[in-house]
Each structure stands twice: as C-alpha cells, then as structure tokens.
Design a protein around this ligand. Structure first.
Ligand code: NAG
Ligand code: NAG
Ligand code: NAG
Ligand code: NAG
Ligand code: NAG
Length: 306
C-alpha cells in the first residue's frame, strides 16, 4: 500500500476509533506470512539484526508518532500506543521507531496521570526494549519506572507492566546498577504482592542476582524476616524455585573461585543475615525432602555451600 495513503488510513482508523490497532496488527501478521515466516525472536542480538520484513512502513510509523505527540484524546493516545507496541514486536520497526525519535514520544506517556495510558506506554516501551540500542534510550526512564512500580497500587496493571519492563531492561548486566537504590522497595513488593506480582519481581531479582556487581547491594539490603516464609514447603513451585535460584545465584557470586568474593559483615536485618541465619538453614534442611524433584535438586546445590 502507498505510503501517504496508508498513513492517512492509519490515522483515520485511529480517529474513527475503529479498533485500528488490532486491524493493523492483523494486517501486519498477514503480510508476514509471505516473508521469512519469522515472528519475533528472543535475543536482543537477533532483534538488532534488522533483516526482517517491515510491517508498517516508516511513514506510517511517523504518522502514528505524530498523532501520539499531538492528540489530547486519551482513547486515541491509548490506541496509538497499542499499535506502536504491537508493531514494535518486530525488529525492523524497533529500529525505525527509534530512528524517528519515537522512544521519547512513547516514553513521555509514562508520565500520564491516566493509569491506562501509563500502562500502555510501559507495554510499548517493553516491546521496544528488546533491542540493545533502544535500551540505551529507554534507560533514562528506569528511575521513573521504578517509582511507578513501587509507589503505584499493589498488583495493579501499571505495576506489573513496569516490572516486566524492568525485567527486560535487566536481561543484560548493562543497566542493572540503576536499580541499586530501589532494591529494598522491590523486596517489599515481593513480600506484599500477589502470586503474579511475586513471580514478576523474582524474575527481575533472579536476573540481578546473576551479576556479581549486584551481590553486595543485594546482600546488604534490609529485608523483612517474612522473606524466609518464601522457603516454606507449601509455597507454589513457580515462586519457590525462583527464590531458591536467587539464593543459588547469590551463593555462586559470593564464593567465586572458592573464596569469599564479597566480604561480610552485613548488618542485622539484611538479606545476608536472613539467608545465612539459622532459621534459613532449618528451612533448607526441610526442603531436602520436598515432593518436587526440581526443588530437591536445587536445594542440594545450595546446601553444600553453607
Ligand atoms: C541476521 O540474521 C540472519 C538470520 O538469523 C543471519 O543470516 C544474518 O547473517 C544476520 N545478519 C547480521 C547482520 O547479523
Ligand atoms: C483514561 O484513558 C482511557 C482510554 O485510554 C479513557 O477511557 C479514560 O476515560 C481515561 N481516564 C481519564 C480519567 O481521563
Ligand atoms: C508486544 O509484542 C508482543 C509480541 O512479542 C505482542 O503479542 C504484544 O501484543 C505486544 N504488546 C504491546 C502492548 O505492544
Ligand atoms: C521480555 O524478555 C523475555 C525474556 O527475555 C522475552 O521472552 C519477552 O518476549 C520479552 N518481552 C517483550 C514484551 O518483548
Ligand atoms: C534473565 O532472566 C531471563 C529469564 O527470566 C533469562 O532468559 C536471561 O538469560 C537472564 N539474563 C541474565 C543476564 O541473567
């Protein structure tokens, strides 16, 4: 379809409120079938490759971005964000949107007082974030996203969208240090949130725990002693296994090359004092006999390190 006409159609579809985001997404997927049969790939490296088909062309994306920048209408804003987010599921568009200056345009929408718009902006940024160069531009929002995640209503859509974005921004070690000052609050969300929230916070913490540069910060953070109840045998497996992985990763970082890489002492009430205290030892011993084999195996890799 011709650039200008198509772009007009995009805008018209949005303005008419005709569910354009969804239609465009369908259109995009339809066209892809003729291509390499590739959908979105997983690694950031793959996605920066830029060898995949286009979906919306850059004029169309530019039009969408202009619309997003200029409209005051929350419904149009929301649709434009969803359409951009969906189109950003494809690597070519991630680069085009960045080159068109789209990341700050989307990023500014996380300041919206409207929670629904804030959430859609976080989701769109999340799809844009599966790209190393985009991450360089998205990192300026990490502090704000942390504040939204931590101060927003517990278990809300905004909180979960923010946590997903932070998780995808920390799949590499590059930007993890930016979370250092928010660790205590993240543990608080972990302990107070629903199961879904817990899993999402743990995905993030597990990523951080693989990074030796984060170990000292993690171990010195003040954590409520209710943290240890996450090691109880009846805790759902998707949570328990992640908590154990967190412990395992910290152990590994702590004892690089057989000697302590990070020097205690850590203060009373710190994660260190909880993980390496007597109560945790007992909980780990109890988990040796857990019903789930994955749990037992993970515990077995941790216990010798005590
Ligand atoms: C892009 O990916 C394709 C298939 O994954 C590969 O054949 C090609 O060499 C890659 N190109 C670059 C520039 O990395
Ligand atoms: C927030 O945006 C949604 C649509 O995106 C709209 O339906 C809702 O009315 C807006 N809320 C406020 C308070 O403006
Ligand atoms: C993000 O991309 C995924 C595909 O990776 C797509 O299913 C999803 O709808 C997109 N979400 C948003 C909000 O952009
Ligand atoms: C976030 O990262 C995960 C794991 O690396 C990946 O599976 C997922 O597709 C990413 N999310 C989005 C919206 O791209
Ligand atoms: C982060 O966690 C995801 C799974 O949640 C994993 O695929 C990825 O390899 C991890 N990245 C790092 C650097 O630990």
């Amino acid at each position: 379809m011709g650039g200008a006409r198509a772009a007009g159609w995009v805008a018209a579809g949005l303005l008419l409120g005709a569910g354009a985001g969804f239609c465009l997404y369908r259109l995009a997927r339809g066209r892809r079938r003729g291509g390499h049969g590739l959908r979105s790939s997983r690694s950031a490296e793959d996605l920066t490759n830029g060898s995949y088909d286009d979906i919306l062309n850059s004029q169309q994306l530019q039009k969408l971005l202009y619309l997003l920048e200029s409209t005051e209408d929350p419904i149009i804003t929301e649709r434009a964000l969803v359409t951009l987010g969906n189109s950003a599921a494809f690597s070519t568009n991630q680069a085009i949107i960045r080159e068109l200056g789209g990341i700050p345009i989307v990023g500014n929408k996380i300041n919206s007082p409207n929670q629904s718009i804030k959430e859609k902006a976080l989701n769109a940024l999340n799809n844009l974030s599966v790209n190393v160069e985009n991450q360089m531009k998205i990192k300026v929002y990490i502090g704000q996203v942390c504040e939204d995640v931590l101060s927003g209503p517990l278990d809300s859509a905004v909180q979960l969208a923010g946590l997903r974005l932070l998780t995808n921004m920390t799949v590499t070690n590059e930007h993890q240090h930016m979370l250092n000052s928010f660790l205590a609050d993240l543990f608080h969300v972990l302990l107070t949130g629903s199961g879904t929230t817990k899993v999402q916070v743990l995905k993030l913490l597990v990523n951080l725990s693989e990074n030796p540069a984060m170990t000292e910060g993690l171990l010195s953070v003040q954590v409520d002693s209710s943290f240890l109840s996450l090691f109880d045998g009846h805790v759902p497996q998707e949570i328990l296994l992640r908590v154990l992985t967190l412990f395992q990763n910290i152990n590994n970082c702590l004892r690089v090359g057989g000697h302590a890489a990070v020097q205690p002492p850590f203060p009373e009430g710190s994660l260190f004092s909880l993980l390496y205290g007597e109560e945790c030892v007992q909980k780990m011993r109890a988990l040796v006999c857990h019903d789930d084999m994955d749990v037992r195996e993970k515990v077995a890799t941790i216990i010798p390190n005590f």
